[in-house]
Design a protein around this ligand. Structure first.
Ligand code: AMP
Ligand code: MG
Length: 418
């Protein structure tokens, strides 16, 4: 289980930026220590626990990048066309040993090893074959269309540092290096709860004044996409004793506890009191909208994050805060998503000192620049405001009046749930 020092999250005071919160987490939360070996076929999304050094040159031998004719550049006429005897033929996978190259051209195919001495390949489209000779145009540079051994990565070079979260292209390189398995960090186990007397489980009858629990469905998916294992602990009622007991129990078997709801300051918001009795609690006043205060704490050495209750606030605070914690627990470095510039299609006013995320849809403008249109409803409980839009425009702390047409940073939902 991840251990936290006692003064973890000991930070109250003024509004904190997401970056400050993420940095604090980076200092305080310890990555999961256990490692395991997994087959490459199971390694997508896992975090490397080893440094991977190339055990061979890639490509392992010099080879042709095209279908064509391999020559020694020195044998070509200094200016004008060359005419060389065509001797030999090497296909991909064939051995080039013993193929003579001096003063001749050799038929080669893409991926075929370069015969010793040959350094340059003419593409077949540029070459005329006649009576056992080839006519080669001028103008090719030495080494053209040939791929030297180790051009991709050389034996002994570092392919990946520990902490790399493996993506499909990383798996290709590992397989290219002949690896069949890798040492990875154990996935952190993230316990999730919803809280609220009004919540019903989808599939059950909906009581009067009840709503179906929407947050856990999103959290399960977001936790998995963040590379962690979900421990789904269901719905907790607004009852301080049972809340505290369930949280303490969850702490024994997980690396992080995530709840939604019950963390604002109303009389019926009991999560705060429950965490205080089961462990220790700190409120983070993170300066973002949507996203009311996020509760952070430690229960039996396990970090706790209490997300707000409204589904849009859950989405945003998970994306920016919980993902940073999960990345850290997973043994990888949290990389904040990189926004892309879009044109604001509406004027906007906001409070200074907090960052706002506005739900928008994108469409190309007349000049081809992408324009962001604001979703008409911006309540933190409106789930269709997330399902019917493309992503979030990020409006910085210092901005108050933003004029229509301004270029602003945009974050696609895909980036926030990766
Ligand atoms: P709370 O922070 O507990 O006061 O919740 C704020 C709002 O979010 C209330 O309208 C709750 O009914 C709603 N809410 C809390 N949890 C969930 C959930 N799991 N699914 C859908 N709505 C929720
Ligand atoms: Mg509640």
């Amino acid at each position: 289980m991840a251990q936290l020092s006692n003064d973890s999250f000991a930070f109250g005071g003024p509004l904190m930026s997401i970056e400050q919160a993420a940095a604090l987490v980076g200092e305080r939360v310890q990555p999961v220590a256990e490692t395991q070996t997994v087959a490459l076929a199971e390694a997508d999304g896992r975090v490397l626990a080893e440094e991977v050094v190339a055990g061979l040159d890639l490509p392992p031998f010099a080879n042709s990048a095209v279908d064509g004719y391999a020559v020694r550049f020195a044998d070509l006429a200094p200016d004008g066309e060359s005419r060389l005897a065509l001797v030999g033929r090497i296909a991909a996978g064939s051995d080039a040993a013993g193929v003579a190259t001096e003063g001749v051209a050799v038929r080669v195919f893409t991926g075929a090893p370069m015969p010793a001495g040959a350094d340059t390949v003419f593409m077949q489209e540029d070459v005329t074959e006649e009576d056992g000779f080839v006519r080669l145009p001028s103008g090719l540079k030495p080494g053209a269309n040939a791929r030297p051994a180790g051009e991709d990565i050389a034996r002994g070079e570092i392919a990946f540092a520990a902490g790399q979260r493996l993506r499909p292209q990383d798996l290709a390189l590992l397989a290219g290096l002949g690896r069949t398995s890798v040492l990875v960090c154990r996935k952190p186990r993230v316990a999730i709860f919803s809280t609220g007397d009004e919540l019903a489980e989808p599939g059950q009858p909906l009581p009067a004044a009840g709503i179906y629990d929407a947050n856990r469905a999103a959290l399960r998916a977001m936790v998995q996409r963040a590379g962690a294992e979900v421990v789904d602990l269901g719905i907790l009622r607004d009852e301080p004793q049972s809340l505290a007991a369930r949280l303490a129990e969850a702490a024994q078997d997980s690396d992080l506890i995530l709840t939604s709801g019950g963390v604002s300051t109303g009389e019926e918001d009991h999560v705060k009191a429950a965490v205080e009795s089961a462990g220790s609690l700190v409120f983070w006043r993170i300066g973002i909208k949507p996203g009311r205060p996020v509760a952070m704490g430690v229960i039996g050495g396990t970090p706790f994050i209490g997300l707000p209750g409204n589904p849009v606030a859950v989405f945003v605070t998970f994306a920016f805060v919980a993902r940073a914690v999960i990345a850290r627990l997973s043994g990888t470095q949290y990389k904040p998503p990189v926004p892309l510039p879009v044109r604001l299609g509406f004027p906007y006013r906001k409070k200074e000192g907090r960052r706002e995320y506005v739900r928008v849809s994108l469409a190309p403008g007349a000049d081809g620049i992408i324009v962001a249109s604001k979703h008409p409803q911006d309540g933190a409980g409106v789930m269709t405001s997330l399902t019917r839009t493309d992503g979030l425009v990020e409006l910085a702390e210092e901005l108050t009046k933003i004029e229509e047409g301004r270029i602003v940073p945009f974050l696609a939902y895909d980036l926030l749930t990766a």
